[in-house]
Ligand binder design. Sequence first.
Ligand SMILES: [Zn+2]
Ligand SMILES: [Zn+2]
Length: 171
Amino acid sequence: MKHISFAALADKAAELNQAGEKWHFHMIGRACIFSRLKNEYEIIIEIESTGEELACRFSEKPLSETRRMAELCYGPGFLNNEENSDDTITTDQKADQNEAFGTIMDRARASCAAGTAWHNHHLFPGCIFNPQRGKHSIVFEDESNGEALYAYYDHDPVKDLAKLEALFFAK
Ligand SMILES: [Zn+2]
Ligand SMILES: [Zn+2]
């Protein structure tokens, strides 16, 4: 794994977007089950065609950097896109709602209300951290007790992810 500056990481992401290359990222915190560093934060990019990983380390939680990476990965306005609101989803899509994700939203809201720390991940089908390769996954981690909840999807769960991340960044 190559460690580079955040500016270089963001440039690389923009470059991959321009080239139409598939990539995704993770922000890995100290309390994270995926953490390899334990005392530092890390933003990792995975380039899906090559399996290459690039990472940048931080001593403080890189909130604005994580938001920047989310915009690069999912598109600008991802976090405040009205298309991601419940009002715009059809009855069919509602029937299709992921039960495990419902539990995750309840836990996230409860953690926000209680002021306890939590964070989430979106694991792509080819992701090194994904226990069910081939599926998309949203992971919720309760940092107060180290518990992790997983919701699995056959499709890219962009709407569910936007809902959860809107809560995360509103903390
Ligand atoms: Zn985590
Ligand atoms: Zn990954």
